[in-house]
Ligand binder design. Structure first.
Ligand code: F0G
Length: 457
């Protein structure tokens, strides 16, 4: 058997990719108030801002889109969507939503009240924002290993079970309408959660009669990690592992823009009839009728195909090989990153990369902006801008981690794109002393990282 892992596809359609000059990039970033979220995408050469909705679809998905039935009610496209999701999740009630945060919004709207507490291994920012907007306390209970950037451990995304139990005892069952578990754990470096941890989380919650909801955005990548790393799963298919993961939870939210391999879409699923009735009413109010939920029939078709493709072992092997390729090259060049690499991204440790920039001068933003200026590469900060908060005295408190995420879109970039990224990073590391921190000159009240403005110090 050859050792080289090839892309399990060939390219049928290409999209031109421009590399604009450094002067043009400087101008573009100035105009974007030094916030890469505000850049026009044609000014970006390699876009690693997110792996969400940025993937390439297969010929089968494009073909399926032509079968899209755009009827307002009772579309057979919905039946195919529902059947696929039921096959994988085993859930009784399946609701389409236009993306993940819409499912989270409906969950927060219908199943929580102000003063409630929702624990999670780590909330994604939209999940947290949806709960906080509803007056709910969103708690992150990541396991100890997940907080140590350099520690190589197989399941650093796990829930901290002891902390979960003490949270239940502290707030009481009445204030915890449900707990969540996010697979893979995006905000903690895209790290996986083990089947044993999902099971143990469920068992603990069951003792207190608290339901468990899975944030299933990257369930197929998580299933691959379980197959590769957890004892007893080597001979199980990704499909069987995914089914087992869902069998441990009572409901799930998902952004199909990740492991649904589509550009738009999401779902909300559950077993309980009362929950389903609440979801249905909110869905019709917020998203659309129950058989389309804010999506076109063709979107439902593409997702039904994409979900099964994400569970294809050849696809997952290739997917993980691309992330490992980038991580290995970074290791060889002493570029500090969260170890081991996650499923959808490599997370650079900006604190270690730029030790001369203090957390509240945003080392993550300094690195993100330098990657854009030097190479036209767009990445995202997951540090004090995204996760920092203000204490009761109004003082800004930094985040524990200062990370920069290089998220890898699915089936989009080839090995030479990765070699380019590595070269830019390597040069930047040699010249890191020239990088300066930033200060914020404008910020909105909620989710500030998307639209705030920065100025170089
Ligand atoms: N949950 C997780 C774990 C996510 O990573 C995301 C999105 C969502 C929920 C929300 O889904 O975007 O469809 O509304 N993550 C993207 C990212 C945006 O870049 O990590 P959405």
């Amino acid at each position: 058997m050859p050792h080289t892992i090839m892309e399990p596809f060939r390219i049928k359609v290409t999209e031109p990719l421009k590399i604009i000059s450094r002067e043009k990039r400087e101008k573009a970033l100035r105009k974007a108030h030094n916030n890469v979220f505000l850049l026009p995408s044609p000014d970006v050469s390699v876009d690693l801002l997110t792996d969400s909705g940025t993937g390439a679809m297969s010929t089968k998905q494009w073909a399926a889109m032509m079968l899209g039935d755009e009827s307002y009610a009772g579309s057979p496209s919905f039946r195919r969507f529902e059947r696929t999701i039921r096959r994988i999740t085993g859930m009784k009630h399946i609701f389409p939503t236009h993306q993940g945060r819409a499912a989270e919004g409906i969950l927060a709207l219908t199943r929580t009240k102000p003063g409630d507490v929702v624990p999670n291994n780590s909330h994604f920012d939209t999940t947290r924002a949806n709960f906080e907007f509803a007056g709910v306390k969103a708690l992150d209970l990541i396991c100890e290993e997940g907080l140590q950037n350099d520690l190589v451990a197989p399941f650093k995304g796990n829930m901290h079970l002891e902390k979960l139990e003490s949270v239940i005892k502290k707030y009481g069952r009445e204030r915890i309408p449900f707990a969540m578990i996010t697979v893979t754990n995006n905000t903690s470096g895209g790290q996986p959660v083990s089947m044993a941890n999902i099971r143990a989380t469920k068992a603990l919650l069951q003792k207190y009669d608290i339901p468990l909801v899975m944030d299933a955005c990257r369930f197929a990548e998580n299933a691959y990690f379980i197959q590769q790393r957890e004892e007893g799963y080597q001979d199980k298919s990704l499909y069987a592992i995914a089914k087992e993961m869902f069998s441990c939870v009572d409901a799930a939210t998902m952004s199909l823009k990740k492991d649904g391999l589509v550009n738009i879409g999401g779902f909300l699923v559950c077993q309980d009839d009362t929950w389903a009735e609440d979801f249905q009413n909110a869905l019709i109010l917020r998203e659309g009728f129950i058989t389309y939920g804010g999506l076109a029939g063709r979107d439902l078709e593409a997702a039904a195909v994409g979900l099964m493709e994400a569970l294809d072992p050849e696809y997952q092997t290739y997917r993980h090989a691309t992330v490992s390729y980038l991580a290995r090259a970074m290791e060889q060049r002493n570029i500090p990153y969260v170890k081991p690499a996650g499923g959808h991204a490599v997370f650079i440790d900006a604190k270690a990369f730029l030790p001369h920039i203090p957390p509240l001068e945003y080392p993550g933003i300094a690195l993100v902006n330098a990657l854009y200026l030097d190479g036209g590469i767009r990445s995202v900060e997951l540090g004090s801008v995204m996760f920092g908060h203000f204490d009761e005295q109004g003082r800004e408190q930094p985040s524990t981690l200062e990370l920069v995420r290089l998220a890898i879109p699915r089936r989009v970039y080839t090995q030479s794109h990765f070699d380019y990224i590595i070269e830019i990073l390597d040069t930047l590391l040699q010249e890191r002393d020239r990088l300066k921190g930033y200060r914020i000159t404008y910020q909105p009240k909620l989710l500030r990282h998307f639209t705030c403005h920065f100025e170089t110090l």
